[in-house]
Design a protein around this ligand. Sequence first.
Ligand SMILES: Cc1cc2nc3c(=O)[nH]c(=O)nc-3n(C[C@H](O)[C@H](O)[C@H](O)COP(=O)(O)OP(=O)(O)OC[C@H]3O[C@@H](n4cnc5c(N)ncnc54)[C@H](O)[C@@H]3O)c2cc1C
Length: 446
Amino acid sequence: MVPVFVYSPDEERPWAPGAASRWWLHHSLVALDAGLRKIGSRLVVQRGDSLAALRRCIRETGATLVCWNKLYEPAALKRDARIVAALDDDGVSVEQSNAALLFEPGTILNGQRLPYRVFTPFWRTVEKHLPTLLTPAKAPRKLPPVPRSVSCIDIDDLALSPEIHWDEGLAQTWTPGEAGALKQLAQFSKHIAGYPTGRDRPDLIETSRLSPHLHFGEVGPRQIVAALRHSDTGAARTKGVDSYLRQIGWREFAHHLLFHFPATTNEPLDQRFAKQKWRRSASDLRAWQRGATGIPLVDAGMRELWRTGWMHNRIRMIVASVLTKNLQIHWLQGAQWFWETLVDADLANNTLGWQWVAGCGADAAPYYRIFNPVLQAKRFDPVRGYIRHWVPELARLPDRWIHQPWAAPEAVLQRAGVEFDKTYPRPVLDLGESRKRALQVYSQLR
Ligand SMILES: Cc1cc2nc3c(=O)[nH]c(=O)nc-3n(C[C@H](O)[C@H](O)[C@H](O)COP(=O)(O)OP(=O)(O)OC[C@H]3O[C@@H](n4cnc5c(N)ncnc54)[C@H](O)[C@@H]3O)c2cc1C
């Protein structure tokens, strides 16, 4: 057996991996190679056209069977179909498996044999099938050595790591690789009873933070189901496990949807929204990207993203709502920024998330649901710990004002050392006015 990785970003266009994903990929490959070496093998790394790289490897090894786990993104499916046909012509067998999802897309359909467009009935059907899932096999303890004659480049030659070192925050936050994923899963599993109540609190670490590991296949959803089911004891744990698996269900839903509706990476699923007119404002977009909108909860989230390559789910919803609804900037602009900066950037989840918030996707938030970052901060960042951490220039403001400094009396601002447009920006929008405008735009689209 010869483990091969081929890096071919051109084959993933227009959604080739962004900067944060490339960072993760580099470290994930290093970890994979180290793991393989421990059991007698090594990772053969190639770059360029996948088919050409595989054919070279087949020539060099005399392989008669090529196996891989499937990806279900539109570009990957097209590429894989081309490779399967070409290898078939060469007389080489191919075996494709599913490790990325609980079930193959196309196998979970509604009564009319059509894809689900609403999450709850989709998840009910998946839940019914969960007991049929096979427990994943254990990893091998020994593998045969890879012959020296097999051509291979260094992982460094893929030039995935950034030349300018903006990645310090990522390195401090994450441990890419299977060992990091399993450790994270084991730790999370101990606290899973707190997940249903804690999962909405960005100031606490109550979610699993497994998203990048799942995206890169360092742990699979079936492994997660198996691990949690086996450890399930007590009512609180059961509630925690159920609530968590439902989120894994959203991931599954997103991937099945993308499989059935591949154009949604760039177009709204709900075609009524295709005629929506968007605002263009480079300065507002930049303020949003840089965490300089003057709206503390939004700025906190965008800075967390920039520094760590990750953002809490509730905050993702809030920053996306402010961009698409209050600022009326196209959801694709937000999706592209997330694509570049998230370590868990995932075409299916990102598309679903953005279209859900913008109101144009499957089972989407209704158009009149416009998150108010001030009320959201009161509710989900009750002691404002999240804002204080990510927006330290406001840290000395009392709880009452820190999430809405524009409303604070001058004396309070002075005492806290806050000076608008010097230490912290004035808000780029009026939340109330922009909400009214958004409601008008959306009501015309219905
Ligand atoms: C605008 C927007 C963009 C998003 N972009 C991405 C993205 O590019 N990649 C990504 O993995 N997730 C994305 N999400 C979904 C979600 O925010 C993240 O999966 C979650 O925050 C990851 O943290 P966690 O692993 O601690 O999640 P947990 O709460 O521990 O959930 C466990 C797993 O379930 C899956 N999951 C959870 N929530 C969702 C969801 N709403 N949709 C789909 N899958 C979910 C993830 O794989 C996650 O790792 C996006 C959400 C929004 C609103």
